[in-house]
Design a protein around this ligand. Structure first.
Ligand code: UD1
Length: 418
């Protein structure tokens, strides 16, 4: 298992090109199962979540070839509707395949999904939505088994605006008979991206980005060449890194609109931010001031996927902050690790109460999940002294070339195979 060894204290200067959004690429890959046309996705990050999704597609009989950062998928040869447990457990997004696999084969069998251990993460809304479209669902020996004669559009009201459930229902509805209306749909930019992609291959989807999505079923889909949106969470992570370490960092191929909730907070902290088309520049030269409170919310609120990183920043700001996690109940597992690095944080229920300290100090800590792991890397880069971050496989799930990009900015970070 690899670890990072980090000597903290260097300021960060330079440019970073943002990868395509992990949370777009994964549902887009699921969507390729719907079509016999060839799909090329550009700027795809070499992260393990994508590699695992590609493994699953290959197991389903699709052909997938990487050419540099481009990924070419040909699903015309798909001939299998079962997603085996060893792969589904590696990747929660495997559940997004239910919608497209059932659409293609009228049957789908998938082991209960895995992914980050950040709370209960139920899939009830996915399954209720699919049932409304005519799917019969049974559960046997850790597998979800779906069957239907045909898929028929219907109106589906989500109890909460789940990103995954919205995407899964969109995928099942694209080739269903009639019209599907998803109400209280999630409004994340990745859902708009999925709509753009689906329409490009011939679907008829409207309303993504609002709370109501309307899908009119079509008979056939084709191929396309597609550039997914930039990864707002990777972009946010690099901006927070620059805010914590000090320096001047420019993001290229970024979308400022999609992270405006973060940019507001960073400006309140005292960072200077300039936006120029798809570039975002951040300057941070002094110790920053705490923002009083940050609460995670569905988009356009503050993203839960940046909660750990912003908490790490709060830990070294002047003053006190309260960070509230409203989406996933166990998303503070990184806090005891930050405390080993000198942070003064107490978690009570969904709130982290943070009193700013002058500096982190180097320590050996363990990454328990993807975003919590990234927060530890940022803390170590900003710390006095040497740190080791153990079990970085979680970080590899979501950040492509993380240490190369950070080294390019002047961070002293190396990967060591243990
Ligand atoms: C997606 C993102 C993840 C992000 C999250 C919230 C991907 C691959 N992952 O995850 O990075 O942290 O959105 O922005 O896109 N819920 C239910 N029942 C369900 C489904 C969800 O109760 O059937 C609840 C969840 O427990 C959670 C909330 O809804 O409290 C939001 O979860 P959801 O939006 O579904 O997150 P994911 O799609 O899993």
């Amino acid at each position: 298992m690899d670890k990072y060894v980090i000597n903290g204290g260097s300021k960060l200067y330079g440019s970073v090109t943002v990868q395509a959004a992990k949370n777009s690429v994964l549902p887009l890959l699921a969507a390729t199962v719907l079509t016999d046309g060839e799909v090329t996705l550009r700027n795809v990050p070499g992260i393990t979540d994508v590699k695992n999704m590609v493994k699953i597609l290959t197991r389903l009989g699709c052909k997938a070839v990487f050419s540099g950062n481009d990924l070419i998928i040909d699903s015309s040869t798909a001939d299998c509707f079962e997603i085996p447990s060893e792969l589904a457990h590696e990747l929660r997004s495997s559940v997004f395949l239910l919608g497209s696999v059932i659409s293609r084969f009228r049957t789908a069998k998938i082991a209960y999904p895995g992914g980050c251990d950040i709370g209960l993460r139920p899939v009830d809304l996915h399954l209720t939505g699919l049932k409304k479209l005519g799917v019969e669902i049974t559960e046997e020996n850790g597998y979800i088994i779906c069957r239907c004669d045909s898929l028929r559009g219907d109106e589906i009201m989500l109890d909460c605006p789940s990103v995954g459930a919205t995407e899964n229902i969109m995928l099942a509805a694209v080739k269903a008979e009639g019209v599907t209306i998803i109400k209280n749909a999630a409004r994340e930019p990745e859902i708009e991206d999925l709509q753009r992609f689906l329409n490009k291959i011939g679907a008829n989807v409207k309303g993504a980005g609002s709370g109501t999505i309307v899908v009119r079923g079509v008979k056939q889909l084709g191929g396309c060449d597609y550039i997914p949106i930039p990864d707002r969470i990777e972009a946010g992570t690099f901006l927070i890194a620059a805010a914590m370490c000090g320096g001047e960092v420019e993001l290229r191929q970024a979308n400022a609109e999609n992270i405006s909730s973060l940019l507001h907070k960073l400006r309140e902290n005292g960072c200077k931010i300039r936006i120029n088309d798809d570039k975002i520049e951040l300057e941070s030269h002094r110790r920053l001031t705490s923002v009083k409170s940050i609460e995670t919310q569905p988009y356009p609120g503050f993203p839960t996927d940046l909660q750990a990183q912003i908490t790490a920043l709060c830990c070294i700001c002047r003053g006190q902050s309260i960070v509230t996690e409203n989406l996933f109940e166990t998303r503070f597992k990184y806090v005891p690790e930050l405390r080993k690095m000198g942070a003064d944080v107490t978690v009570i229920n969904r709130n982290a109460f943070v009193r700013g300290v002058e500096k982190f100090k180097g320590a050996t800590v363990v990454a328990h999940d993807l975003r919590g792991g990234a927060a530890l890397v940022l803390a170590a880069l900003a710390a006095d002294g040497r740190s080791e971050i153990l079990d970085i496989s979680h970080i590899d799930r979501g950040y492509g070339s993380f240490e190369y990009k950070l080294r390019g900015l002047g961070g002293d970070i190396v990967r060591v195979s243990v």
